[in-house]
Design a protein around this ligand. Structure first.
Ligand code: PLP
Length: 258
């Protein structure tokens, strides 16, 4: 592709810069995409935890997204934090006609512990978004909550049945072992397993970085298996190079060091 691929990112703003739309934009740039961004919510948070979410009202959000998509043809879309259930329907309607991969990071809880999704948001993700999603990137807890199941394989089956083609299930929250397991499932069947050496810190924005890197790699034209493999390798490096500019969790280092 001679032009830069267009990556549309839709998600929340995190003032610490570790997670959210800043993570998405930095990842897009680092991987060679042009980022277009529509913010669902502002948040009050530091590198320890999320204290509050301030969603955009539905009217300005709809205006911003629809106006952008009237002239933009994205090569991939990445969706993160919603903040309010009503935005799910607006996003679902906007992405339904697009002919490009859509990556959804469900963001149901913050690493610091705050719950980021009501039952209404979960319903909105299930009904309005999953039917249009190519790749869902939950951790195990999010997969259970979103599917209503309590076993990884039944959770993946249920999520596939809700409409998403692939599930990349991350196990950072599942074990304390030396390695973090990550599995890609296509239509319910395991396609590949990855194991990453567990890094010593706690990281704010690792899930956002991974999902954005998947979306950027897909926008660059990679197939799903190559995209998720490349995205994991990139994300692991950003965590290995993470630093701690604020007290709390480490923040991924996504852009080349100058
Ligand atoms: N804030 C925003 C805007 C997010 O999008 C996310 C995760 O996607 C978080 C906070 C939580 O990030 P983490 O769980 O990595 O701390």
């Amino acid at each position: 592709m001679s032009r830069m691929p267009n990556l549309l990112v839709i998600g929340g703003h995190d003032p610490s810069g570790g997670a959210g739309i800043q993570a998405d934009i930095e990842t897009a740039i680092a991987l060679g995409c042009r980022a277009f961004s529509v913010v669902t919510s502002l948040t009050a948070q530091d590198a320890k935890n999320v204290q509050a979410i301030y969603p955009q009202a539905i009217e300005p959000f709809t205006h911003q997204l629809e106006l952008l998509l009237a002239s933009l043809q994205p090569d991939a879309v990445k969706i993160g934090l919603l903040g309010d259930a009503s935005l799910a329907g607006v996003i679902g309607k906007a992405i339904a006609p697009l002919h490009c991969p859509v990556v959804l990071d469900p963001v149901l809880a913050a690493g610091g512990g705050t719950d980021l999704a009501s039952q209404a948001i979960i319903k909105g993700i299930r009904e309005e978004l999953l039917p249009h999603v190519s790749l869902l990137t939950p951790n195990l807890g999010e997969a259970y909550r979103l599917s209503g199941e309590t076993h990884p394989s039944s959770a993946v089956s249920t999520l596939n049945a809700m409409g998403c083609d692939y599930v990349l299930l991350t196990g950072t929250d599942a074990t304390n072992g030396d390695h973090v397991p990550i599995s890609l499932y296509q239509n319910d069947h395991p396609s590949d397993n990855f194991y990453w050496p567990r890094l010593p810190g706690t990281y704010h924005g690792s899930g956002c970085t991974l999902a954005s890197a998947c979306a950027a790699s897909l926008a660059l034209g990679q197939d799903m298996l190559s995209a998720v493999a490349a995205a994991q390798a990139y994300t692991w490096q950003t965590l290995k190079n993470a630093d701690q500019p604020l007290p709390g969790q480490h923040l991924p280092h996504r852009l080349p060091k100058s």
